[in-house]
Design a binder for this molecule. Structure first.
Ligand code: PRT
Ligand code: ZN
Length: 290
C-alpha cells in the first residue's frame, strides 16, 4: 500500500438524529461511497481517503478539538455551546433552526427588560448566559437536559430558551417565540492543527462540497426569446458570466441558456414571461464549479 492512501480523513457525523441523513447524503453527493450499518461506530469510504465516525452530536466538537476526528458535521448551536477549540470551515445549509427564548402565549412581551429577574430553562446555558450578559440582563438560568418546553407548565421557569424550526412544538405547548438568539445550521468544523495529509484531503473534500452546494442553490434555465426583446431578457438574467444565446431555426427567435440562483427563480420567471419569453425550462444541476 502506498503511504498516501494510508491516511484517511476522520469525519465525525451524528450517529442517529436530525443531521444524520443529510450529513451522509452530502458525503455521498460528493461522489464518496460509504456504507452505514446501524451498529457500526465507523465506516471507511471505498473510493476516497475518508472514514466516518458515528457519534452523539454533543460529543463532536470535543472529539474534533482533541484530534480523535479531523473534522465533523454538527449544528452551529452545539459548536457555540460547547466552546471547544475548533474552526467553522463551511456552512452546510441543512439542519436550519433558531435558538430562541419563548414565553407563555398569554404573556404580553414588551422588551428584553422583561427577562430581568425571571427564570429561563434551557439546555444551552452558555449561549444564553452570553446573550444576557451582552444585553446587561440578569435572569436566572435553569439548566435542563433535552427539551425545555415543558418548564413553564410545570412551574420550573417563566421562559424557555430552546431550538425552534417549524414552531409547532411551541404552538402545542402554548408558548410563543419572543427573541431569537441564534440562527443555526449544520456546519463543517475542523480541528485547529490538522496534519498536512488531513489538510490536503480536506481541501479536496471542500472542492466537492462547494460544487454540490453551488449546484443545489442554482438552476439551469433555457428559454426562447423574441429577438426584439433579447437585450431586455438578457438583462433580467444574472448568469455566471453572460448567457449563451443561440439562433433558433425559426426566424426572429433565439434560445437563451444560463444559470440562476434558486432564490431568485420565481421572480425571474415572472419578469421573463412579461418580456415575451416562451418555452421556459428550468433544470436541476448536478455539480457546479465556479
Ligand atoms: O442523540 P444526539 O445527542 O446525537 O442528538 P440530539 O437529540 O441531541 O439532537 P437532534 O438530532 O434532535 O438535533 C441535532 C441538531 O439538529 C441540533 O443540534 C440542531 O442543530 C438541529 N435542529 C434543527 C434541531 C431542530 N431543527 C429542532 N427542531 N434540533 C432540535 N430541534 C427540536 C427542538 O429542540 C424542539 O424540541 O425540535 C423541537 C422543535 O421543533 P419544531 O419544528 O416543533 O419547532
Ligand atoms: Zn445531542
Amino acid at each position: 500500500m502506498n503511504a498516501k492512501t494510508e491516511k484517511k480523513l476522520k469525519v465525525a457525523v451524528q450517529k442517529s438524529g436530525r443531521l444524520s441523513e443529510d450529513s451522509l447524503s452530502l458525503i455521498r453527493e460528493c461522489g464518496i461511497r460509504v456504507n452505514r450499518s446501524d451498529n457500526k461506530l465507523k465506516s471507511a469510504a471505498s473510493n476516497f481517503p475518508l472514514e466516518l465516525l458515528f457519534l452523539r452530536d454533543d460529543d463532536i466538537p470535543e472529539y474534533v478539538a482533541d484530534g480523535v476526528a479531523d473534522i465533523g458535521i454538527v449544528g452551529e448551536n452545539v459548536v457555540l455551546e460547547k466552546e471547544k477549540s475548533v474552526e467553522i470551515v463551511e456552512r452546510l445549509g441543512f439542519g436550519k433552526c433558531r435558538l430562541s427564548i419563548a414565553m407563555p402565549e398569554q404573556y404580553s412581551y414588551q422588551s428584553l427588560e422583561d427577562f430581568s429577574g425571571i427564570r429561563i430553562a434551557t439546555s444551552y446555558p452558555k449561549i444564553l448566559r452570553k446573550f444576557l450578559h451582552d444585553h446587561g440582563l440578569h435572569a436566572e438560568i435553569r439548566e435542563i437536559r433535552g427539551s425545555a418546553e415543558i418548564a413553564p407548565s410545570i412551574g420550573l421557569a417563566e421562559a424557555v430558551c430552546d431550538l425552534v424550526s417549524s414552531g409547532s412544538t411551541l404552538l402545542s405547548t402554548r408558548l410563543k417565540e419572543v427573541e431569537v438568539l441564534l440562527e443555526s445550521e449544520a456546519v463543517l468544523i475542523s480541528g485547529k492543527k490538522l496534519s498536512r495529509e488531513a489538510s490536503e484531503i480536506l481541501a479536496s473534500l471542500l472542492v466537492r462540497i462547494r460544487a454540490v452546494q453551488m449546484a443545489r442553490n442554482s438552476r439551469y434555465i433555457l428559454l426562447n426569446a423574441p429577438d426584439n426583446a433579447l437585450s431586455e431578457i438578457i438583462e433580467i438574467l444574472p448568469g455566471l458570466k453572460s448567457p449563451t444565446v443561440l439562433p433558433l431555426a425559426k426566424e426572429g427567435w433565439s434560445s437563451v441558456h444560463t444559470v440562476i440562483d434558486e432564490n431568485d427563480f420565481w421572480e425571474i420567471i415572472e419578469k421573463l414571461k412579461s418580456k415575451g419569453a416562451q418555452g421556459i425550462l428550468v433544470l436541476p444541476i448536478e455539480k457546479m464549479f465556479a
